[in-house]
Design a protein around this ligand. Structure first.
Ligand code: 13P
Length: 251
């Protein structure tokens, strides 16, 4: 049985001065759902406040990106070792917004993911197709490429520190959600692709989250699907009550 994992992706929302209150509200509102792994991924500058607020609660804190080098002349970047040192436990890698706006490629996703896992972080590696790719019949090709290149040289042992998030780009922040059947179809493809990379047993152990307009009203039906093991939540992660309702649906 894979433990369900619900993670908030705060994106470039929530100021440092607001972070502790949101983490505390999430911890309180989800305290009764201890069998769901509950995570808030925050802007890097919010991490110290978020980590302090989460101390002693069941909520884990993560970052939204990291570099692949441990240190060096990379102005503006943050290394996995720095995230670990700060007390972060998770990091999102290769979110579609990073691919779309910041030149992230499958190759840099691979470098970041392997470095994050090697540093001891749980890497939440995002994949997903655009509407154009889906309508152009390229869904399978795109997902397989993102998985095969993005997770190249990731081992079965690494899978203990790997979560994959399926986020169809057309469903992010649009209010459009993949139907549970559409999502399950791609989750099954992701698991089959992973099995070819790391073996069936390790692939079975990896949690695959759905992300893209997941909210209290649609979470339960998505999470009921066989290969949907959690959610990566954008907008609905900014209100503790909405986020907690999704965690409750996963419980
Ligand atoms: P929304 O939940 O706002 O659609 O965002 C999804 C997402 O991108 C999470 O990483």
């Amino acid at each position: 049985m894979r433990k369900k994992i619900i993670a908030g992706n705060w994106k470039m929302n929530v100021k440092p001065s607001e972070a502790a209150a949101l983490v505390k509200a999430v911890a309180e509102a989800t305290a009764q759902y201890g069998n769901v792994e509950t995570v808030c991924c925050t802007p890097a500058i919010d991490l110290p406040a978020a980590i302090a607020a989460a101390a002693g609660t069941h909520v884990g804190i993560g970052a939204e990106n990291c570099h692949w080098k441990e240190s060096g002349a990379y102005t503006g970047e943050i290394s996995p070792a720095m995230l670990v040192d700060a007390g972060a436990k998770y990091v999102i890698i290769g979110h579609s917004e990073r691919r779309q706006y910041f030149g992230e490629t499958d190759e840099t996703v691979n470098q970041r993911a392997r470095a994050a896992i090697a540093a001891g972080l749980v890497a939440i590696v995002c994949v997903g197709e655009t509407l154009e790719e889906r309508e152009g019949g390229k869904l399978v090709e795109v997902i397989e490429r993102q998985m095969n290149v993005g997770l190249k040289d990731v081992t079965a042992a690494d899978c203990a520190k790997l979560v994959v998030a399926y986020e169809p780009v057309w469903a992010i922040g649009t209010g459009k959600t993949a139907t549970p059947d559409q999502a399950q179809e791609v989750h099954a493809l992701i698991r089959a692709t992973l099995a070819k990379l790391v073996g069936a047993e390790a692939a079975e152990s990896v949690r695959i989250q759905y992300g893209g307009s997941m909210k209290p009203g649609n979470a339960a039906e998505l999470l009921a699907k066989k290969d949907i093991d959690g959610g990566l939540i954008g907008g609905a992660a900014l209100k503790a009550a909405d986020f907690a309702a999704i965690v409750a649906a996963a419980n």
